[in-house]
Each structure stands twice: as structure tokens, then as C-alpha cells.
Design a protein around this ligand. Structure first.
Ligand SMILES: Cc1cc2nc3c(=O)[nH]c(=O)nc-3n(C[C@H](O)[C@H](O)[C@H](O)COP(=O)(O)OP(=O)(O)OC[C@H]3O[C@@H](n4cnc5c(N)ncnc54)[C@H](O)[C@@H]3O)c2cc1C
Length: 407
């Protein structure tokens, strides 16, 4: 049987970025996805501006731009029904311009990504569900699964990358998932939403928050995240509509608009992942853990974590070493790069569910544009998280004095 250099499980952003990266480095790569593309995915669908250079490097940005996608100027936040505070991404010191974030339906984005992978020469197996691993001693050496005809298949490889998302086969097989917050998210596209400008509109209020942004063609994506307990036997659609309309700011935007598809949901949002207990296996993207989508950077994190993994895997090939210890360098580098960002996400999670603090911080941000744009720059992955994960920034955020810039 043919032995691939690498088999990638999953054709979402993480798996496609991984396959393209390794293909460029000259490796013989196969990618399996259980779905037939195009397929949909519950997501806020806006991509941090920090992802643009990676998408360009992977050769996908031009085809995304060819769709004439929506681009957003930043984030507009409303705290407990206050007027939305529109915050632009900060001016880039390199270009002197303000970056923007892509807002593209995943149905289109992921299909386009997979096409790029196929065009690059990666062997793509759609409708191939991986159910188990092949082992050589204590190292993963390939995958087993079922195709669309319920025929079993096996692929051997020197290394396997699991990019299977939040329900990745590795998480089940090795019991790696550490359940996080009991949240549930609902999403649907709407027609005719009255959005004042090109921002991602985040409305924070009880019992959760929403993200509303235009995705082009007159459509907007409306995502709601609430505690799992809010469902309490109610029908998903009823809860979704009732909560959306219970906030006067949202209600204004959605009045007269029409939902154009069924409401989709995904449970138990944030979770952490224990280290992989064997060699020959690397996890990327959501399979590596998931932070609550309030800051909306999962796609960037997936792309960037695949880039880091690509460097470590390349070093593994050069050293003929795919041991657990060697590959753990990837985990360490990922944590080093994203540790502050994960911490910021946890702080923001706490903040948005604490009404007095949330209102206080929003008031502060409204009087200090530099502070506000710095925060949004970090969230958009264009500024390093250490800029805001500091006592100095925290004190400035909680201070009641007006900004030194007089705003
Ligand atoms: C409510 C919500 C809102 C979000 N909003 C945003 C946002 O606005 N911006 C942002 O950047 N991120 C957002 N995210 C996060 C983002 O969606 C994820 O981080 C991103 O999709 C992760 O990509 P991935 O490739 O790791 O996984 P996925 O996109 O989930 O892809 C995994 C792929 O693996 C395949 N697969 C799974 N198991 C198997 C198997 N056993 N065999 C074969 N194939 C398999 C699946 O079919 C799928 O195609 C949001 C997430 C949620 C839940």
C-alpha cells in the first residue's frame, strides 16, 4: 500500500492550511473529509484582518477577493442595550492604512479553500470519514475509516494531522477533551437586516450576546451565544427569535428582516485539550481547543497554528523524528504565541457577563479611542496581545480619567 508523507483529517481552514503548507514544502499529502463540499459550518464568518497575509501566502486570498467579499472596518459593541460604539481597526504602522476584516460565508470560503488544496496537487478524499488510527508501536502511522458507500478504507502515512474540528476523532479516541463552558450557539443568515455601517455588531446583554455582520449580497449572519441552560426545553428557533428581539438595539436592526435558512446550533463552546499521548499525530485548529467566539478569531488561530505545525513537522522530517516529545515543540510554540490571547479572551468572557464592569469599560473605551483601537487591534490579530495583557492597560481601562489624547 502507498505510504503518504502526511494524511490530514478535515478540510476546514486548519486542515486546508496544513495541507497547502506541507504540499508547498514538497511533501506527499492526502486530505480526508467526511463531508461533501460545499458544506456549511456554524460561524460568525468574519476573519481577523491578521489572517490576510497568511491567506495570501497560502495562495487563497486572490480567489476570495474574486468573490468581491464584504470587508468590515472593525467592531461595534453595545453593552446592555447602550448605543453601539463603533471601533475601527488601528492604522497599520507598515502601510499607514486601516486594515479590514473579510466577512465571507463559510459555505463559500471552505469550498474555495478545498479547491485550492486540490489544485495544488494534494490527494483529496471527500466523504471519507476517519474512525480510527493505524499504529506502529506507540506511533500513529495512518488512518482507517468509511467512504460514502460504507466501504472501509485505510491510508498509511508517516504522520497524521487531525484537523477535524471540535468533534475530531483524536479527541474521542484518546479522551483529550476537557469540557469548558456550557454554552450553545445558534446562527442563521438573514435578508434585509438594517446595519448602520460595515462593522461586526456585537450586542452584549442577558442571557447572552449576538454578533451580526453583513456577508454580502444583502445578507447578514446573525449568531447568538447563550448559556446552555437558557434552552430549558424550548425549541431552538423560539429561543433564538425571542432572545434576538428582547434587545431593543438588535430589534431595531432586525425589524422587517427575514431569516432565510433554518437556525443551526452548536453546543458546549469553549473547551481545552490534553496533550496527545503518542507520536506521529499532531492536532491543529479547533481540534487543539476552542475559545469562546466573542473575539471571533478561530479562523486566524487555525491558520496560524497550522503554520507553526508546518515548521515543526518539516523539522520532524529532516530529523526523521515524529516522537511525542519532538512534536510537543509545536504545543509549546503555539502556547507561547497565543497564551496572552487566550488569557485576554477569558478576561473578556468574564467582563461581558458582568454588567457594571462591561458598562464601565465601554464608557472608558468611548472616551479613549487609542485604548479602544488597541483592544480591537489585538482582537483582530494585528497587534500582539501583550499590548493589552498588562497591568498598565488594565489600569488605563478601569481609570475614570479621560484619555491623554483628549478624546
Ligand atoms: C458560534 C461560533 C461563531 C464563530 N465565529 C467565528 C468568527 O466570526 N470568526 C472566526 O475566525 N472564527 C469563528 N468561530 C470559530 C471557527 O468557526 C473555528 O475556529 C474554525 O472553523 C476552525 O476550523 P477547523 O478547520 O479547525 O475546523 P472546522 O472548520 O470545524 O473543520 C473541520 C472539518 O473536519 C471534518 N471532519 C471532522 N471529523 C472528521 C473525521 N472523523 N473524518 C473526516 N473528516 C472529519 C469536518 O467535516 C470539517 O469539514 C466561530 C465558532 C462558533 C462555534
Amino acid at each position: 500500500m502507498k505510504i503518504f508523507d502526511v494524511v490530514v483529517i478535515g478540510g476546514g481552514p486548519a486542515g486546508c492550511a496544513m495541507a497547502l503548507d506541507l504540499n508547498r514544502r514538497g511533501y506527499d499529502v492526502a486530505l480526508c473529509d467526511q463531508a461533501k463540499f460545499p458544506r456549511d459550518k456554524v460561524c460568525g464568518e468574519f476573519i481577523s484582518p491578521g489572517a490576510d497575509p497568511i491567506l495570501e501566502w497560502l495562495g487563497v486570498l486572490a480567489s476570495i477577493e474574486a468573490l468581491a467579499p464584504k470587508r468590515l472596518k472593525g467592531v461595534a459593541i453595545s453593552s446592555y442595550e447602550s448605543a453601539e460604539l463603533e471601533i475601527d481597526y488601528p492604522v497599520s504602522t507598515e502601510t499607514g492604512l486601516r486594515p479590514s476584516s473579510l466577512s465571507v460565508p463559510r459555505y463559500q470560503l471552505d469550498a474555495l479553500f478545498l479547491k485550492q488544496v486540490q489544485n495544488a496537487g494534494v490527494k483529496v478524499f471527500e466523504q471519507h470519514k476517519v474512525t480510527d488510527f493505524i499504529f506502529d508501536d506507540d506511533c500513529v502511522a495512518g488512518v482507517h475509516g468509511w467512504d460514502e458507500n460504507k466501504t472501509s478504507f485505510s491510508l498509511q502515512a508517516k504522520l497524521v494531522v487531525d484537523a477535524g474540528g471540535r468533534n475530531a476523532v483524536s479527541l474521542r479516541k484518546f479522551n483529550l477533551k476537557q469540557e469548558g463552558n456550557g454554552k450553545i450557539a445558534f446562527s442563521a443568515h438573514w435578508q434585509g437586516v438594517r446595519l448602520p455601517d460595515d462593522y461586526c455588531y456585537m450586542h452584549v446583554s442577558r442571557p447572552g450576546y449576538t454578533g451580526i455582520s453583513s456577508v454580502g449580497n444583502g445578507r447578514a449572519n446573525v449568531v447568538l451565544v447563550v448559556d446552555r441552560s437558557a434552552l430549558d426545553g424550548k425549541k431552538a428557533e423560539t429561543l433564538y427569535h425571542n432572545v434576538l428581539m428582547s434587545n431593543c438595539r438588535r430589534c431595531e436592526m432586525l425589524q422587517g428582516a427575514e431569516r432565510v435558512e433554518p437556525v443551526r446550533s452548536v453546543e458546549s463552546l469553549a473547551f481545552a485539550v490534553k496533550p496527545v499521548p503518542c507520536g506521529g499525530l499532531v492536532l491543529v485548529g479547533d481540534a487543539m481547543g476552542f475559545i469562546d467566539p466573542f473575539t471571533g478569531e478561530g479562523i486566524y488561530l487555525s491558520l496560524r497554528s497550522s503554520q507553526i505545525a508546518g515548521e515543526v513537522i518539516h523539522a520532524g522530517f529532516q530529523n526523521s523524528n515524529f516522537s511525542r516529545k519532538f512534536l510537543s515543540v509545536y504545543n509549546a510554540r503555539r502556547q507561547e504565541e497565543f497564551g496572552d490571547k487566550f488569557l485576554l479572551s477569558r478576561v473578556l468572557q468574564w467582563l461581558i457577563y458582568n454588567r457594571p464592569f462591561c458598562n464601565g469599560v465601554m464608557k472608558r473605551l468611548s472616551t479613549n479611542r487609542v485604548l479602544a483601537e488597541t483592544l480591537v487591534g489585538v482582537i483582530g490579530d494585528i497587534l500582539p496581545a501583550k499590548k493589552v495583557v498588562s497591568m498598565k492597560f488594565l489600569l488605563r481601562l478601569l481609570s475614570t480619567r479621560r484619555g491623554a489624547n483628549g478624546q
